[in-house]
Design a protein around this ligand. Sequence first.
Ligand SMILES: NC(=O)c1ccc[n+]([C@@H]2O[C@H](COP(=O)([O-])OP(=O)(O)OC[C@H]3O[C@@H](n4cnc5c(N)ncnc54)[C@H](OP(=O)(O)O)[C@@H]3O)[C@@H](O)[C@H]2O)c1
Length: 491
Amino acid sequence: MAAKFIKVDPFDLVVFGGTGDLAYRKLYPALLHRDKSDQFTDPTRIVGVSRRPLAREAFQASVRDALTRFNGSEAVSPDVVERFLNRLDYVAVDASGDAGWADLKALLGPEDRTRAYYMATGPDLFGPIATRLGAAGLATPRSRIIVEKPIGKDGKSADAINDAIGSVFLEKNIFRIDHYLGKETVQNLMALRFANALFEPLWNSAHIDHVQITVAETLGVGGRGAYYDNSGAIRDMVQNHMLQLLCLVAMEPPSSLQADALRDEKLKVLKSLSPIDDSNVSALTVRGQYRAGFAEGAAVPGYLQDIEQETSDTETFVALKLAVANWRWAGVPFYLRTGKRLPQRVSEIVIGFRRVPHAIFETGADGIPANRLVIRVQPDEGIKLWLMIKEPGPGGMRLQHVPLDMSFAKTFATPTPEAYERLLMDALRGNAALFMRRDEVEAAWKFIDPIREAWAHLGESPRPYAAGNWGPAAAIALIERDGRTWNEEYE
Ligand SMILES: NC(=O)c1ccc[n+]([C@@H]2O[C@H](COP(=O)([O-])OP(=O)(O)OC[C@H]3O[C@@H](n4cnc5c(N)ncnc54)[C@H](OP(=O)(O)O)[C@@H]3O)[C@@H](O)[C@H]2O)c1
């Protein structure tokens, strides 16, 4: 089937934090690509908002510069770039003061098309911006708000943000972005499960031995040290992206792709997670922090040097063993790990099937390896199903473990769109299926908060690991003491 782009009705997208890193690096390039595909309908405007005074032309020039730097490899003709830049406008507004709101209101005029406000500022401004939008009469029952992570740093602060936004915008108009859900392979996980009759009958504890989810980065904290030191791996990665991936693996088939049908099923998974607290945190979690080592082909400093502090108990790595306590997943462990300064940049989900019950072939002491389904989220998106086959040639029945390998880049000629392209268009269309509902955010924090509290009660520092390793040895032990191994076959 050829790719088909469906036009989006005219819109005004107002980007708060419109001169920030996220906007320049991700949002404008994503919007340019959608414009290039002729998805926008005139009149459509994108309005950058931040405190600094900036003429419209200067703002357009700054976006032009960003598009050159962050466009990626996809060629875009100068005409398309010009058309896109002409859609841009800029207003200086202080989100935490009174300046600029009247100018924004005057520029926007009557709400005669879809209007969406994108919160690309720090989360402390989400609430104040919503409140001021309400006070200025700029938020109507039709207007939408798109909110970036992190939504709070615990359940309580998330509630405060959600309350502030929710008192101005209707829940159906609040789009909480988890950009992992916009990734092609993540949506492919749904296609794999629910558009094929093959896997779903096997998708349960009778046939699946365990599930692994890895989100590994080679980078350190870089310039985000101050933010990261107040966050840590569990809040930065697990509370949102990894639990969302887990939900898509573990949820029951929704009755439709309608937003609430999907989100109801994800919510049930989050509510089924067996709690981790003081009683079991040592057995089920491992925290780590990177030290100096070797990563990305060079010697690199440790975390404390990166954040220029003498001490910190913030984890840059975490591994967890989770249980989804329901009929389908009883007894199937879900192993999650994420970290910085790991040997490879990779995000993937591994479904480890059970071994064959009886071996009729001669095998070594380890027996016949179990089938594995590896869903690669990034980079090199694709799906591999590891199967046993007979090694070709004479010499008896020798078996070999080989992958049925589908690389999306090799299979499809069209480049994989960036997650933000899909998510921005969905929000502008009003399709909330790939966005988190408030109760999902709450349930995720309800699971994460007791883990962090239990770590605090333990009073232990994260375990050190040298940059360029797969976290502390205890993370390997977490899975190996169950007789399993992390998937480490990377090309
Ligand atoms: N960067 C990423 O790749 C990324 C990825 C995922 C999530 N996020 C999240 O996205 C948000 C933005 O991150 P970022 O990296 O883009 O931050 P950033 O580069 O520091 O940008 C912050 C933006 O907010 C504006 N701003 C700050 N205070 C303001 C105020 N009082 N009123 C109006 N505008 C104000 C800044 O412009 P002025 O200083 O001129 O006001 C700037 O445009 C954060 O919540 C971050 O966690 C970022």
